[in-house]
Design a binder for this molecule. Structure first.
Ligand code: ZN
Length: 168
C-alpha cells in the first residue's frame, strides 16, 4: 500500500487528483478538519505557523480574494462574484488603475498604501464582475463613494487648482 501511495505521489496528475479529493473531504467535514488542524498545531505550533505563512505568501491573491468577498458580504453588500473569478482578476491586475502603484497582495487588506482594494466602478450598482476593479487602498479611500467619472473629474479639479508639483 505504501509503495502504491509513493508511486501515486510521483505522478503530478494523480497527486493533484488526491489533493483535490482531500480538499473536498475536508470541506465536507469541517469538524474533522478542525480537529486535525488542532492536532497538528498542538504537535508543533511553530512549524504549523511557518507552513501557513508560506502558504499565504504563495496564495496571496486567493487569501485576499476570499477575505475581501466575505468581508464585503459581512458589511451587507450584495456580492455576486466567486472567489475564483476574483483570483483570476487579481492575477491580471498588477498595478493600480489610477496611480500606477504596484499592488502587493501579500500586504493584506487595507493595511498600507500598496494593499489591494476592491472598488465598485459605479457605487449605485451591486458587486458583479463588470462593475468592479482592483485599485490600491489609498486611491479607493480617496475615491470614496464617487463613480469612476466623478473621481476623474474630482482629480482634474484639484489639478487645475494646484497644477503640477515636482515630486521631491
Ligand atoms: Zn492607486
Amino acid at each position: 500500500m505504501r509503495l502504491y501511495q509513493r508511486k501515486r505521489r510521483k505522478d503530478p496528475e494523480k497527486r493533484k487528483e488526491d489533493s483535490d479529493r482531500m480538499r473536498e473531504i475536508r470541506r465536507a467535514n469541517p469538524e474533522m478538519t478542525k480537529a486535525i488542524n488542532k492536532k497538528c498545531y498542538d504537535k508543533d505550533p511553530e512549524k504549523k505557523k511557518a507552513r501557513s505563512k508560506k502558504w499565504r505568501a504563495i496564495n496571496s491573491q486567493r487569501c485576499w480574494a476570499s477575505h475581501t468577498i466575505s468581508s464585503h458580504k459581512r458589511k451587507g453588500y450584495a456580492v455576486i462574484i466567486t472567489i475564483d473569478e476574483l483570483i483570476k482578476k487579481a492575477k491580471e491586475i498588477k498595478t493600480c488603475l489610477y496611480c500606477g502603484r504596484l499592488i502587493d497582495y501579500t500586504s493584506g487588506n487595507g493595511l498600507n498604501k500598496n494593499s489591494p482594494s476592491l472598488d465598485r466602478i459605479n457605487n449605485g450598482k451591486i458587486m458583479e464582475m463588470n462593475n468592479i476593479q482592483i485599485i490600491c487602498h489609498h486611491c479607493n479611500a480617496s475615491k470614496s463613494s464617487r463613480t469612476h467619472d466623478e473621481f476623474v473629474q474630482y482629480c482634474t479639479k484639484i489639478y487645475k487648482q494646484f497644477g503640477e508639483i515636482n515630486e521631491g
